[in-house]
Every structure is written in structure tokens, then in C-alpha cells.
Design a protein around this ligand. Structure first.
Ligand SMILES: Nc1ncnc2c1ncn2[C@@H]1O[C@H](COP(=O)(O)OP(=O)(O)OP(=O)(O)O)[C@@H](O)[C@H]1O
Ligand SMILES: [Mg+2]
Length: 250
């Protein structure tokens, strides 16, 4: 069996706590989860339940206050050593894309940081523009000249160009209208089939997660109340809180 790409073991995150003074606020409470290569786990739950915090832990951006994590079967190690292996796609691509950089440059930039030469960068950038369905002509356009859906495709191309082993999508399609959402979700699914990355798909939208997630984890006040295969979950969610979320989407 292949090792999970990301493995969380009883992860707790406390904000604002000081040693010997005050308790702090536990945003994540003892969460364990393993995500396999090629698997997408949907992380759903109400605002403030700790989804983004857990995503940041997976990316090595938020040190847990307790618990352990492994990456590809090995200790997580230093973030520097993980460069290019982890990516994130956020809700607002404008946060990931510098408005003053052409889309081509934005997409290639992560390769520049890894020291890849100009010619190869350009070639792979063009390849990624094709892969996300935009085409090479978009390389010279600027984010301000694109629609929201096109910008999100550029952000996805940028996130994927280093061939990461794991990607966090944090409300990545929430700002898009429903038909554009479906296109971007299909794109993510296709790219995952080709590249085999593991993914954490954070969303408060149970209809979007249904589209691309293999498993669903329901978070409530920092803890998982249910983790289930998507097919089972969307048939009959076990936990009353999950059922409430399902009823909300009708
Ligand atoms: N840097 C921080 N310092 C202190 N508290 C924080 C910090 N970041 C988040 N929190 C708190 O931790 C809790 C979980 O926040 P988080 O952003 O993980 O929630 P979320 O599930 O992603 O919510 P949303 O759906 O609104 O994005 C919230 O109560 C939030 O106010
Ligand atoms: Mg969030």
C-alpha cells in the first residue's frame, strides 16, 4: 500500500494561548486524518469551525500546538524541503496573482523559485495554460483582463506547475457562479486523474464537494463529527449535524 501523502495524528491548534497564562482558543481539537495520493477529501462545516486552520496545518504554514504530521510517509520536516510539493488555491485568485505580472509570468514564477531555467519554464507554462483550457495566448494577458473563472484557471495552473503531491483548495470555487464552478471542478478532477495529487477541498458548499470528493470530513467547533466515503455520506449522513448541513442544501 502506498503511504498517505499527508497524515495528521491528533493535531491540535491553539490560538492566543501563552505558556502558564490563559488557555487560548482551540481552533482544531485532536484531529487525525490520512489523505492518499490521488484522493480528494472534502472538508465541510460552518464558518469558524477550523477548516482553513486545518488546511494551513497540512501545508506546514501553521505549526500544531500538539500532535504529529507526516508527509509521504516521512516526518514533515522543514517547509523549505517541501518547496514545490505543496500548493494552495484560494477563493480569490487575485490574492495569489500579482496584478502587475502577466499570467504567463505568474504561472512560471514557482519554477523560477525552484531554479528552473527560462526556456523550460516557458515551455511548461505554455503546457499548463493548455492544460487548464486557456491556451498559450493567455500568457501575455494580465489578471485584470480576465473573467473570474479564467483567473481561477490561471491560479490552478500556477499551483500545479511544480507538480505538487498535495494541494489545498480553500473555497476555490465559492466565488464563481454555478456553471463556471462546474467547469472548474471538472478541470480539477481531470488534472488530478493525470497528476495524482492528493487534495483537501475546503468548502461550505456540500453540492460542490459532492462533485469531486472521494471522502467527506465534517468539522464542527474544531473537531470532526463524521468522516465518510462520499457515496455513503450523500446517501445517509450518520451524524445529526451532517444531516442538518445536507438539509440546508435541500
Ligand atoms: N490567526 C488567528 N488568531 C486567532 N484566532 C484565529 C486565527 N485564525 C483563525 N482564528 C479563529 O479560529 C477559528 C477557526 O478559524 P478558521 O479560519 O480556521 O475557520 P473556517 O472554518 O475556515 O471558517 P470560514 O468558513 O469562515 O472560512 C475562528 O474562530 C477564528 O476566529
Ligand atoms: Mg476558511
Amino acid at each position: 500500500m502506498t503511504a498517505p501523502v499527508v497524515e495528521l495524528d491528533k493535531i491540535t491548534v491553539t490560538y492566543g494561548g501563552r505558556l502558564f497564562r490563559g488557555e487560548g482558543f482551540q481552533a482544531v481539537k485532536g484531529i487525525s486524518l490520512a489523505i492518499a495520493p490521488g484522493e480528494t477529501v472534502g472538508l465541510v462545516g460552518e464558518s469558524g469551525s477550523g477548516k482553513t486552520t486545518l488546511g494551513r496545518v497540512c501545508l506546514g504554514l501553521q505549526p500544531p500546538s500538539a500532535g504529529h504530521m507526516r508527509f509521504g510517509g516521512a516526518p514533515f520536516g522543514r517547509l523549505r524541503a517541501r518547496r514545490g510539493q505543496l500548493s494552495v488555491v484560494l477563493q480569490h485568485p487575485e490574492w495569489a496573482l500579482n496584478p502587475r505580472l502577466s499570467c504567463g509570468t505568474s504561472i512560471e514564477e514557482p519554477l523560477m523559485i525552484l531554479g528552473v531555467g527560462a526556456e523550460e519554464r516557458r515551455a511548461r507554462g505554455t503546457e499548463m495554460l493548455e492544460a487548464v483550457g486557456l491556451g498559450a495566448s493567455f500568457a501575455d494577458r494580465y489578471p485584470g483582463q480576465l473573467s473570474g473563472g479564467q483567473r481561477q484557471r490561471v491560479a490552478i495552473a500556477r499551483a500545479l506547475i511544480t507538480e505538487p503531491r498535495f494541494i489545498v483548495f480553500d473555497e476555490a470555487v465559492s466565488a464563481l457562479d454555478v456553471s463556471v464552478q462546474a467547469q472548474v471542478l471538472n478541470l480539477i478532477r481531470e488534472l488530478q486523474d493525470q497528476h495524482g495529487f492528493g487534495a483537501l477541498f475546503i468548502s461550505h458548499d456540500l453540492a460542490a464537494t459532492r462533485y469531486i470528493c472521494h471522502r467527506i470530513a465534517v468539522m464542527y467547533h474544531g473537531a470532526f463529527v463524521e468522516v465518510a466515503d462520499a457515496a455513503r455520506f450523500y446517501g445517509v449522513p450518520e451524524h445529526p449535524y451532517s444531516r442538518k448541513l445536507m438539509e440546508a442544501i435541500g
